[in-house]
Write a protein that binds this ligand. Structure first.
Ligand code: AMP
Length: 461
């Protein structure tokens, strides 16, 4: 199928052409006709599937016609759990709407100054992209009116549910016209999401695209067993010195650990910096701009801060600490293998991480093969059955690296094969979610700190 078959406005097609997209991805192929026909939809699709364009193109198609209702409030509202995602959506709106006359996109995000937002909201808005908490503040202060609202998009609804934003989302929805078209995107469409959908959507069409497994196809996952913090630090140093590694994101369990590790890596001569929610906006922007422009080789980040980062140069993701939740593992490793490239995801696991590993492998449906670096072999040998998969003998053997390219094809029901050149590189991302203090992010603990190491990043000579 080509974009021409989707009956989108010619000026939107022009922008798609400028972006270099040759054919719609499966989510776009399914969602766009349903949305143009006016249906509500609930879709399971993750970042990387082209879901942003799947809702933004029909949204812009609506905006090509003037509103039948007078006023200056938004005609399209997109709610996202994080600031990164909100900015990504705003950029997509600007990119796909660039040939349409007068499409005004406004982002209302937590952690940004109120006076500027008040000013932005005092002028006509077409597309409003917001994180729920801050939007509620503005609604309560009477700064937004939704009489013109035609479409409401809940992006990463599962994440909003996890982070405790769903009540806010429902409050916001109740301030909008019942005639609106409602779209819900979520990694899973399970019971909890179904209940939210039942309250907010009208006879939605369900769209299911790539499975977790399909999504991770272009990422080679490796496991390194580690004995202690010193072993971890030596392995990390070794991995970061690999010349095939262009850029990496290293994940730590806590913000403090991200700072400490970034400082230590810098001291060792790596171009490294931290990214987490305790940093001020300017510093976060500066760090992400540097990453995008290749001025930074290693970003040490926490889960929430790094969510949504879409930088094509990231060849490696390293889980210095395993994530507490299996779902976060998928979000983390999805920072590599972007834009049709292949990527490598390395996880460090200690004797204490067996259960977490098992959960991750069950969630992804994929086994993570263990690797050893000659000279940095672990003393600790996993017991059979510990960790995910069969454990035992096969775990100890280094496996061969299979770098796979993205293998989407239309007949497989997955996204179309897209050459590197057709994917845009280095899209601007900045900011991070001010809700980093959400309970999930806070509960993460550093196994090694608890295991009694006095300085988690001490590196022996
Ligand atoms: P998303 O899943 O919305 O985060 O999109 C992932 C990436 O796919 C973004 O960099 C988009 O610019 C890109 N993209 C979206 N739709 C297409 C398409 N039809 N062909 C090629 N790239 C696309």
């Amino acid at each position: 199928m080509s974009f021409e078959n989707l009956n989108l406005h010619p000026l939107i097609l022009k922008a798609i052409n400028d972006a270099g997209y040759t054919s719609p991805t499966p989510i776009q192929e399914q969602a766009i006709p349903a949305l143009l026909a006016g249906h509500d939809i609930m879709a399971s699709a993750q970042t990387g599937t082209g879901k942003t364009a799947a809702f933004m193109l029909p949204a812009l198609h609506r905006l090509a016609e003037p509103s039948s209702v007078p006023g200056r409030g938004p005609r399209v509202l997109v709610l996202t759990p994080t600031r990164e995602l909100a900015l990504q959506v705003s950029e997509a709106a600007a990119k796909y709407g660039k040939h349409l006359p007068r499409v005004r996109v406004v982002s209302i995000l937590g952690g940004m100054p109120y006076p500027l937002q008040n000013k932005l909201l005092s002028q006509p808005v077409d597309i409003l992209v917001a994180t729920p908490g801050r939007l509620i503040d503005h609604i309560q202060r009477g700064r937004i009116q939704f009489s013109r609202l035609e479409m409401m998009v809940l992006d990463e609804a599962d994440r909003m549910l996890d982070m405790g934003f769903i009540d806010d989302v429902e409050t916001i929805a109740s301030a909008t016209p019942a005639t609106r078209q409602t779209l819900l995107f979520s990694a899973t469409l399970d019971g909890a999401i179904d209940k939210v959908a039942a309250r907010l959507l009208k006879a939605p069409q369900r769209i299911q695209v790539a499975t977790q497994q399909a999504k991770l196809d272009n990422i080679e996952q490796r496991l390194h067993y580690v004995d202690d913090m010193s072993h971890k630090n030596r392995l990390l140093d070794h991995l970061l010195r690999d010349i095939t590694m262009k850029q990496a994101i290293v994940f730590t369990a806590t913000k403090r650990d991200a700072d400490t590790l970034a400082d230590n890596l810098s001291a060792q001569g790596h171009e490294a910096a931290a990214l987490h929610g305790d940093m001020n906006q300017r510093d976060r922007n500066r760090t992400l701009t540097k990453l995008r422009h290749g001025g930074l080789r290693v970003l040490v980040a926490t889960d929430v801060a790094a969510r949504g980062i879409d930088v094509a140069g990231i060849t490696h993701v390293i889980n210095f600490d395993l994530p507490k939740f299996a779902e976060d593992y998928v979000h983390r490793i999805g920072r590599t293998g972007r834009a049709g490239a292949s990527g490598i995801a390395v996880s460090f696991a200690s004797v204490k991480d067996g259960v977490s590993l098992k959960k991750i492998e069950r969630f992804t449906g994929q086994r993570i093969d263990s690797h050893v670096v000659p000279g940095l072999e672990p003393r600790f040998k996993p017991r059979p059955g510990v960790g995910a998969g069969a454990g035992g003998a096969s775990r100890g053997a280094p496996s061969v690296a299979h770098k796979r390219n993205r293998t989407w094809s239309n007949d497989s029901g997955r996204a179309p094969a897209v050459g590197n050149g057709n994917w845009e590189n280095g899209r601007g991302r900045s900011l991070s979610d001010n809700r980093e203090k959400a309970p999930r992010a806070n509960t993460a603990t550093n196994t090694f700190r608890n295991s009694g190491a006095s300085s988690p990043y001490f590196r022996p000579k």
